[in-house]
Design a protein around this ligand. Structure first.
Ligand code: B3K
Ligand code: ZN
Length: 848
């Protein structure tokens, strides 16, 4: 397959004034009739052919302005020669046949549990009908659905309903990727919302009968999102109805189709007994994210798919702000940085590294990545820091005023910031173009009451980008006295050269430098500090992220020493953890985060960055040993925290109770390494909510116990698909390294292992890939099992398979033997004539 380049962008030859679609639904033979009013694009070269995308469509008939035409589709669509087209606007009409029932790729129109649904982003609409399937062609849609199913939904406002049919009208011009249709036996929970503009909106969440009692949280999150976008961004909803549908078989989290969001059911359905606190938080975030897309994505969309971060980075940033406002900014920031490092830094350090705005792709679905999403959000966070909060809001107002109804580029986005802040941001723009995580080195020099800080930046080469230019990096920095008083509140140092010096004088005492407060830039900071300095920051910094980071650095240094020279965690570290654990002035959620050791993959990543070849077994062993030492040293404190952090009264998923449960489970989890899981077992036995039931069982599995609890969990929840995903995942995730592949293999033989369901596939195969010591077993059993299943899934659902293939992206970190084993598996995955474009691109890039 040929790559597509940003540099080759051409405006569409034709624009569309109106789209009318009729669907006659049938599982094997759905008919789609399209009537599309085209007009030549004044901004394009005149006299071009009409090219329509189309894949897997059986063309029944076509006409132009009512006159029958013969069109011969090829593998990717059809063309009508310019000479055969009328001079001005014309109406193209076509009838095609498709088979939603056999569509296992879950893209286009497909079926899930007897219901019809669609997924069109990025290029799925071409599997529904012939169309210029690109985001810069925006049009109003009118849709008629014919089916005997009771619920028939599409985008926009309802426009008529009769026996066996329904019509929908979407007045807002939209690109085809936002088209959606749902038909099925569904039932809704409904509330009403009045917008700040006085529009009365019906909000529906549609689920399968029986799931109604699991919709309250999502519905409430939706209302809060709508209100928040009005209050914080001045943006109101623009239709009379907003529908959300929960679907069991779905490739991603959810989809922001105009007025008809379609969700993976795991991000809608929740009750206290079936969903964990993390599930509730994920639901709140994703509901908000998809809703926020209505303005950042739908009203203003992307000119082409290279601009994907224009909508995704911005919408992630907005959902992060929202979650901070709903819960805790400090805790949310720490969690976001942990995710960024675990996923985006990992991506940036390997063969799949690419800029936030890529320059080429083979399959765009492979670029819905942590770089486009999470790093994209970090760039917006930095922009806000650089221009200030008021100018940020001004820039966003300008963005909405200037570009509403348009398909835009990163250049348009940068320009509103330049105009609102009166500042040249051309150097900042490199962040969008340059891949890789910059390394910032901070050197301190203290003399005669003067502190001199030297900051250096360097970005290592990434695939296709051997040379890097210096970036504009905002480094938030403060100074703390050894007794904890703040000597200098946060300042933003702008690092824009390879090396810069900053001086601070008139200091009463040698300060402790608190650098990169709030994680002000997505960089890797190298800043040599003593354990004593880190302990001061952990205990006293005014910036909660910097406090957390100080504890994390302490833990990481100790784990590195344990892994490399068999050292033991010293008393300073254990004392620092005891203080954090028992400090009642701190938010329990924050304490839970401090208590959590860096994960095995994070350690492999940091060892690799420090020039070592990570040994997954040694990392696993050292981490367990550190947990054991913590458990022995802190046992009474841990036990007290478990008792103190109960949450009496009825279950509430709010941040306060969730934080208490997180700390309680974190403490019981560490303690299990000393008490054999006694406390965890007690929590399991008494649990009246899934967070504690599942958390306690996981803690037991992690110390090699929990067999009985697992059987009980299975008996209790075998009828609940979403809870059963947890049952599958936990057994793999917490397996002893030498058993993980065997357990995963056995689970693939389980009657309930429905591998075509993406959630279930990820629960088993994805979890093995996320268990470093189990996946990277020396004999290659983990690699083999994952590759076998990816090959099988690739035949049914290439997009899902390609996504899971990223479990191999870190392969060059490891020793030669492991590299050879992985290379053989990647080659086996690639050397098949039937290997999909999705998988072929991923494996090709990984092999490099
Ligand atoms: N925009 C969708 C993702 C579509 C992925 C296509 N492979 C969900 C989101 O980011 O909100
Ligand atoms: Zn999104």
């Amino acid at each position: 397959a040929q790559p597509i380049y940003l540099a080759d962008y051409q405006p569409p030859a034709f624009l569309i004034e109106q789209v009318e679609l009729t669907f006659r639904l049938a599982p094997k033979t759905t008919r789609v009739v399209s009537q599309i009013r085209f007009a030549p694009n004044p901004a394009a070269a005149p006299g071009q052919d009409l090219r329509l995308d189309g894949e897997g469509l059986t063309l029944i008939a076509a006409s132009i302005d009512g006159a029958h035409v013969t069109a011969t589709p090829d593998a990717t669509g059809l063309s009508m020669a310019a000479a055969t087209l009328p001079d001005g606007p014309f109406t193209w009409e076509a009838e095609v046949e498709i088979a939603p029932e056999g569509n296992t790729a879950l893209e286009g129109l497909y079926m899930s549990n007897g219901m019809y649904c669609t997924q069109c982003e990025a290029e799925g609409f071409r599997k529904i009908t012939f169309y210029p399937d690109r985001p810069d062609v925006m049009a109003p849609f009118r849709v008629r659905i014919e089916s005997d199913l009771p619920v028939l939904l599409s985008n926009g406002n309802p426009a008529g309903r009769g026996p066996g049919w329904a019509e929908w009208d979407d007045p807002h011009p939209k690109p085809s990727y936002l088209f959606a249709l749902v038909a099925g036996e569904l039932t809704a929970r409904t509330v009403r919302f009045t917008t700040m503009e006085g529009r009365d909106v019906t909000l529906n969440i549609w689920v399968r009968p029986g799931d109604e009692d699991k919709t309250a949280y999502a519905l409430d999150a939706l209302k809060r999102s709508m209100l928040w976008d009005e209050q914080v961004y001045g943006r109101a909803y623009d239709l009379d109805i907003f529908n959300i549908v929960a679907v069991d078989d779905f490739n991603m989290g959810a989809m922001e189709n105009k007025g008809l969001n379609i969700f993976n059911s795991r991000y809608v359905l929740a009750s206290g007994v079936t969903a964990t606190d993390s599930d509730f938080a994920a639901i709140e975030r994703i509901i908000a994210h998809e809703y926020f897309h209505n303005w950042t994505g739908n009203r203003i969309t992307c000119r082409d798919w290279f601009q994907l971060s224009l909508k995704e980075g911005l919408t992630v940033f907005r959902d992060q702000q929202f979650m901070g406002d709903m819960r805790s900014h400090a805790v949310k920031r720490i969690e976001d940085v942990l995710t960024l490092r675990a996923r985006q830094f990992r991506e940036d350090a390997g063969p799949l590294a690419h800029p936030v705005r890529p320059e080429s792709y083979v399959e765009i679905n492979n670029f819905y990545t942590a770089t486009v999403y999470e790093k994209g959000a970090e760039l917006i966070r930095m922009l806000r820091l650089l221009v200030g909060d008021a100018q940020y809001r001004g820039a966003l107002d300008l963005y909405f005023a200037r570009h509403d109804g348009q398909a835009c580029t990163i250049e348009d986005w940068i320009a509103v910031f330049e105009d609102a802040a009166g500042r040249d941001l051309s150097q900042f723009k490199r962040w969008y173009e340059q891949a890789g995580t910059p390394k910032v080195t901070l050197l301190e020099d203290w003399q005669d009451g003067k502190l001199t800080l030297t900051l250096r930046q360097h970005t290592a080469p990434t695939p296709g980008q051997p040379l890097k230019e210096p970036l504009l990096i905002p480094v938030a920095l403060g100074l703390i006295a050894p007794d904890g008083t703040e000597l200098l509140p946060t300042q933003i140092l702008e690092l824009d050269s390879p090396e810069q010096v900053f001086r601070f004088s008139d200091l009463p005492t040698k300060p402790v430098v608190s650098a990169l407060r709030g994680f002000s830039a997505p960089v890797q900071l190298a800043h040599a500090q003593s354990s004593a300095e880190r302990a001061i920051l952990l205990g006293h910094d005014t910036d909660p992220f910097a406090r957390f980071e100080a504890g994390r650095n302490l833990a990481r240094d100790i784990l590195h020493a344990m892994i490399r020279d068999g050292a033991r965690p010293g008393p300073e570290y254990l004392e620092a953890m005891r203080l954090a654990l028992t400090d009642h002035a701190l938010d329990p959620a924050f304490r839970a985060l401090v208590l959590r050791l860096p994960g095995e993959d994070e350690l492999a990543q940091s060892l690799h960055a420090a020039g070592h070849t990570p040994d997954p077994d040694a990392i696993h062993t050292a981490r367990r040993l550190a947990l054991r030492r913590m458990a022995d040293a802190l046992a009474p404190d841990l036990a007290r925290v478990v008792e103190d952090m109960d949450t009496p009264g009825p279950f509430s998923p709010d941040a306060r109770d969730a934080g208490r449960r997180a700390l309680r489970l974190a403490a019981a989890g560490v303690l299990a390494h000393a008490d054999g899981g006694a406390k965890a077992r007690a929590i399991f036995a008494q649990a009246d909510n899934m967070t504690e039931q599942f958390g306690a069982w996981s803690a037991l599995l992690a110390v090699g116990a929990g067999a009985e609890e697992g059987a009980q969990f299975h008996r209790q929840w075998q009828g609940d698909r979403l809870v059963m995903d947890k049952w599958f995942a936990a057994q793999v995730m917490h397996a002893a390294p030498e058993r993980a592949a065997k357990i995963a293999a056995a689970l693939t033989d389980h009657a309930a292992f429905d591998w075509k369901n993406p959630n279930r596939f990820r629960a088993v195969i994805g979890s093995l890939g996320a268990h470093p010591a189990g996946f990277h077993r020396k004999d290659g059993a983990g690699y083999r099992l994952v590759a076998d299943w990816l090959i099988r899934l690739d035949g049914a659902n290439p997009q899902a398979a390609a996504r899971v293939s990223t479990v191999f992206e870190t392969w060059r970190r490891y020793d030669h033997e492991r590299q050879a084993l992985i290379r053989a598996e990647l080659t086996r995955m690639q050397d098949r004539p039937e290997c999909s474009r999705d998988m072929g691109e991923m494996v090709g890039r990984m092999l490099g």
